[in-house]
Write a protein that binds this ligand. Structure first.
Ligand SMILES: [Zn+2]
Length: 182
């Protein structure tokens, strides 16, 4: 009798906890490096766990407005930053910070695919990224955003991140089918 009760107890516990186990995909996955705070985004890029959480929330909200965010470059190992810096120094690559000086090495910077500064994606970021703790930090690199929650603030009521009045919510057009995966 008591064994049967125990079995039922285990069964009920499994039912209670199984959904969370299944939903484990939503949890950030730790990177291979032991003790690291890096997690992997669905497209393979690594970010600091806190930046990744904020980025995922930002991406989800952007997506609800038909804006698709994509991280082209997140965390960089010291070796990768050194390579990029050397290419930049030789005039063979885009601007790159000295190794040890880039927030990419801390997993707190993202280079986003924005398609230029006159695109809806860039405009959405300018209007909304501060609410998720992201800000632009390099004047010549509109694609480079950093997770700096301590120096970003919620916009004033009725305003966006740069003080522009919020547009009235228009009725949404039917969602456009997309093949993007994350
Ligand atoms: Zn960058």
């Amino acid at each position: 009798m008591s064994l049967a009760l125990l079995r039922w107890g285990v069964f009920i516990l499994l039912c209670l906890f199984a959904p969370q186990a299944v939903a484990g995909d939503a949890k950030p996955r730790r990177s291979e490096a032991k003790g690291s705070r890096l997690v992997r985004l669905k497209n393979g890029q690594l970010l600091h766990a806190d930046a990744a959480d904020a980025y995922r929330r930002m991406k989800a909200e952007a997506r609800s407005k038909n804006i698709y965010l994509w991280v082209h470059s997140g965390y960089r190992s010291p070796a990768k930053q050194r390579r990029l810096y050397e290419r930049y120094r030789k005039g063979k690559g885009p601007q790159a910070a000295r190794p040890g000086r880039s927030n990419h090495q801390r997993g707190l910077a993202v280079d986003l695919v924005i398609g230029g500064v006159k695109t809806p994606t860039y405009d959405w970021l300018v209007s909304n990224a501060c609410r998720f703790g992201f800000k632009r930090t390099v004047r010549s690199e509109p694609w480079h955003w950093e997770y700096r929650p301590r120096s970003t603030r919620e916009p004033k009521p009725g305003r966006d991140c740069v003080g522009r009045p919020l547009k009235r919510q228009r009725p949404q057009s039917p969602p456009v089918a997309s093949t993007e995966k994350s």
